[in-house]
Design a protein around this ligand. Structure first.
Ligand code: PMP
Length: 285
């Protein structure tokens, strides 16, 4: 919905939502030279705000560009956006990209690096799956090797297979797709990390070729504080059958229970509910 009221921060100033446009020859659109963040504000305060801004800078450095705004400036801009739009509980999207300019080819040194921040109300990312448990399809595509692409950047280029896989999953009546990695280990969903429970202990894939989500790190910390053993390790798809519970974590997804992956079923169990509740408490504390 481009033509709506609201303000978006672009390159240092607030512009009307409907006027927040870029040129068709924007380098990022042709060559995926863009990095972004997904953040959530609760009661007007962005959870882990600074960490998101730092990750944006990190992602840009992985793509060999520098954002012409400091972390402090980005922090101030995000607050400005929330205020200008009168938002309290909201999703915040910061995006930095190589713009249009003299360079039309792959190289883009002469084109400006741009930054925009938008925010809007966004409820449960997986709809009512948040309560019932999401159904996941196993993606045909694999998370690539760290030797193929900068896998730890939150970069647009890494989402091409996410969109394809999510569409394929939705076509089959699923909420999302679960990726294996290039070696065949369980990796992550298209915009969230994954956790499993077995015999009271938690198992989660080692983030050695995908985003080590801030929510993932937060939840691991919470589990450790609760005295729950967490195994960060390589997980084979054959192991899915033996897990009792499963959930996804992400800024947008928060903690979403998983009820089914392919032909395997999971219960929305006590630990899953507890982690979801504790996370909800934490983000609002
Ligand atoms: N993996 C991918 C591919 C994602 O897009 C996200 C959402 N940013 C995550 C994991 C979870 O990361 P975070 O908890 O930092 O939102």
């Amino acid at each position: 919905y481009d033509d709506r009221d609201g303000k978006i921060w672009m390159d240092g100033k607030l512009v009307e939502w409907r006027d927040a446009k870029v040129h068709i020859l924007t380098h990022a659109m042709h060559y995926a030279s863009s990095v972004f963040e997904g953040e959530r504000a609760y009661g007007g305060r962005i959870f882990l705000s600074r960490k998101h801004s730092e990750r944006l800078h990190f992602s840009a450095s992985c793509l060999d560009f520098e954002i012409p705004w400091t972390v402090d400036q980005i922090e101030a801009a995000k607050e400005e956006v929330l205020k200008a739009n009168g938002l309290s509980d909201a999703y915040v999207r910061a995006i930095a990209w190589r713009g249009s300019g003299e360079d039309m080819g792959v190289a883009a040194r002469r084109n400006p690096v741009r930054l925009a921040i938008a925010a809007w109300e966004w409820g449960s990312y997986y709809g009512d799956a948040k309560f019932k448990g999401a159904k996941l399809d196993i993606a045909k595509w694999k998370r690539p090797s760290p030797e193929t692409i900068p896998v730890h950047a939150k970069a647009a280029g890494l989402y091409m297979i996410c969109t394809i896989s999510k569409h394929q999953a939705e076509n089959k009546g699923c909420s999302d797709a679960l990726f294996m990695d290039y070696r065949g280990y369980v990796a992550e969903a298209t915009g969230a990390n994954i956790f499993f429970v077995k015999d009271g202990e938690v198992h989660t894939p080692l983030p050695d070729c995908f985003l080590n989500g801030l929510t993932r790190q937060t939840v691991i910390g919470m589990l450790k504080d609760m005295g729950v053993t967490v195994h960060e390790r390589h997980i084979l798809p054959e192991e899915l059958e033996g897990f009792e519970q499963c959930w996804l974590t992400g800024t947008a997804a928060e903690v979403t229970p998983v009820g089914q992956i392919g032909s395997y079923n999971f219960e929305v169990g006590e630990l899953t509910r507890k982690v979801a509740q504790e996370y909800e408490k934490l983000v609002r504390s």
